[in-house]
Design a protein around this ligand. Structure first.
Ligand code: OXD
Ligand code: MN
Length: 586
């Protein structure tokens, strides 16, 4: 008798017609074989073995360098269940359309069967996925990003309880590229892209889109959040999870070298992108990081912005679409030091001048999480870590103050649901446009976002001691257009204010949008910042927020009757509070 997994593999092989099928065991020997093959066919370029041992550069097709949200679909039987923020196709239409693209797609190629666990190997909260792919680069990346191979097969046994994901590079033509999710079947199909978020199916496709759907039906949360622990001088660690849209500094925050380390405040990393959170038997919210690696944006990363990752990526790392120095080291815009001469750009061409970027703005490193010096001793804890604070944030050049605290869980859900940010290069499309990105889940929610908001509200009601909810904005600019806040390691000062709030030690001013720190309640010693800049960072401009409130109203209209009443009430509440705070001019 064959197992459900064997049946699905056989069915997929019949459709895609590979020349051979390889079941991946996740061993070093297997990885070495793949590396040799990829060096042979130039999928990989070896980096300097002295300074970057075990590390390789991969150049993707220039038309395939970022997630393609316009080609990403949620295929529920009812359109309304995918909601107004997702692209939708019916499961039947999607399969009819895309089956021909898989038909024979793996001819003369190897089909790899990649079983993996998302989450710590022994955690009751972990889940199993199996990706079928014809890309060796995807296999090597999945080995870093998940617990891949025999561990997953052992845990699965003969059970049908896994998320199947069928992936083929196809012909890499964007016209024939589809990233399809069938949440009702827990199934993923992806064709025509070899890029990370489209092709490493454990990450965005499973751990966010399919998992958010599962979490809704099963009573837990799958969120686009980093997880960190902030240690205080007494050695106590407070755990926090934070949602920011793609490429807004989640990795840097999760791995921060604290500017207050001498005072005993230290940051420990549990995860940099995704949190799965469950209500434990003691009523606390427990978070695990389903991933085992970091797939981070390289440009802008340097010894100042993220010294821990700079250390981590010096071995066993896959770089994608970065530039290459003559001594075969990776290079990107914003790395320490000047642009070296003789650089080869991300497309493999000799770099001429600096008018065009040498590394693609969305170039990446893929590195095992355990290699970061900041990794928490509890990052692999099967029970997860208890979360005391949830943080939302985005890039807002003008509007949002450095930090504010919501009044309660319901208000916090409203703050998350109305989050907005200026877009980055992590997805294809215009950069720098303000878009509303609730809980940073806009591209990743596997069901109707109105129902997702309702789920958040329900989770809060079930928690004994719901985490406090904060909003941060590291990106506010002054009248001169310059950032007001130094960011990076200095952000610990804001995290410290949060734990001081949780412990009832820090002051705040009530404003229509929430509680904003009093300047004295922030720990600013040793920071070169003027009192005027601090005031500007903390300023809430009611007139600008009235405009924001109107934009929120427009956004909420999209959800019609699926918008929870509580959020309408919070919106009205904001409008009323703003009204009261605006002193009429006589
Ligand atoms: C990511 C993203 O790659 O959010 O994490 O795009
Ligand atoms: Mn992300």
């Amino acid at each position: 008798m064959s197992t459900p997994l064997e049946n699905w593999v056989e069915e997929s092989a019949k459709l895609t017609k590979p020349s051979k099928v390889v079941w991946c065991d996740g061993s070093e020997a297997e990885n070495n074989r793949l590396v040799d093959e990829m060096l042979g066919d130039q999928t990989y370029i070896e980096l300097n073995p002295k300074t970057y041992p075990g590390s390789y550069l991969h150049r993707s097709n220039p038309n395939d360098v970022a997630r393609t949200e316009n080609l990403t679909f949620i295929c529920t039987s009812q359109r309304a269940d995918a909601g107004p923020t997702n692209n939708w196709m019916s499961p039947q239409d999607a399969k009819e359309k895309v089956t021909p693209l898989f038909d024979g797609a793996m001819r003369n190629r190897t089909m790899y069967v990649v079983p993996y666990v998302m989450g710590p190997e022994k955690s009751p909260y972990s889940k199993i996925g199996v990706e079928i792919t014809d890309s060796a680069y995807v296999v090597a990346s999945m080995k870093i990003m998940s617990r891949m191979g025999g561990v997953a097969l052992e845990r699965l046994g003969n059970s049908p309880d896994f998320v199947p994901g069928l992936h083929s590079l196809g012909d890499l033509d964007p016209e024939r590229r589809f990233i399809l999710h069938f949440p009702e079947e827990h199934l993923i199909w992806s064709v025509g892209s070899g890029y990370g978020g489209n092709a490493l199916l454990g990450k965005k496709c499973f751990a966010l889109r399919i998992a958010s759907y599962m979490a809704h039906t099963q009573g837990w949360m799958a969120e686009h959040m980093l997880i960190l622990g902030l240690e205080d001088p007494s050695g106590k660690v407070t755990y926090m999870a934070a949602a920011f849209p793609s490429a807004c500094g989640k990795t840097n925050l999760a791995m921060m070298v604290s500017a207050l380390e001498e005072q005993g405040y230290r940051v420990w990393t549990i995860g940099d992108d995704i949190a799965w959170m469950h209500i434990a038997s003691d009523g606390t919210l427990r978070a695990i990081n389903p991933e085992a690696g970091f797939f981070g944006v390289a440009p802008g990363t340097n010894e100042k912005t993220n010294p821990n990752i700079m250390d981590a990526v010096h071995h066993n790392t896959i770089f994608t679409n970065v530039a290459l120095t003559p001594s075969h080291e990776p290079w990107w815009e914003g790395i320490d030091g000047p642009m070296p001469s003789g650089l080869v750009n991300w497309k493999g061409e000799v770099q001429k001048g600096s008018s065009a970027a040498a590394a693609h703005p969305n170039s990446r490193y893929t590195v095992p999480a355990a290699q970061s010096p900041s990794i928490s001793p509890r990052w692999d804890d099967p029970e997860g870590v208890p979360i005391s604070a949830l943080i939302f944030g985005g890039r807002r050049a003008r509007l949002a103050p450095l930090v504010f605290e919501s009044r309660n869980w319901q208000h916090g859900v409203f703050v998350g649901a109305t989050m907005a940010s200026e877009t980055t290069a992590a997805a294809t499309g215009a950069v720098g446009v303000t878009r509303r990105d609730p809980m940073a889940m806009l591209p990743f929610c596997g069901y109707n976002m109105g129902d997702y908001f309702a789920h958040w509200l329900e989770m809060g009601a079930k928690l004994k001691n719901p985490p406090r909810i904060f909003h941060v904005n590291w990106f506010r600019r002054g009248a001169d257009g310059k950032f007001l806040w130094p960011g990076y390691g200095e952000n610990v000062r804001v995290l410290k204010w949060m734990i001081d709030r949780i412990e009832g030690k820090a002051g705040a001013t009530e404003t229509p949008i929430g509680n904003v720190p009093t300047p004295e309640s922030l720990t600013l010693e040793g920071l070169d910042i003027s009192p005027e800049a601090v005031n500007e960072l903390l300023r809430v401009d009611p007139l600008a927020w009235v405009e924001e409130s109107q934009a929120i109203g427009k956004f909420f209209e999209k959800f019609g009757s699926r918008l929870p009443e509580e959020l309408r009430t919070e919106h009205q509440n904001l409008a009323d509070r703003l009204q009261r705070s605006i002193v009429p001019v006589k």
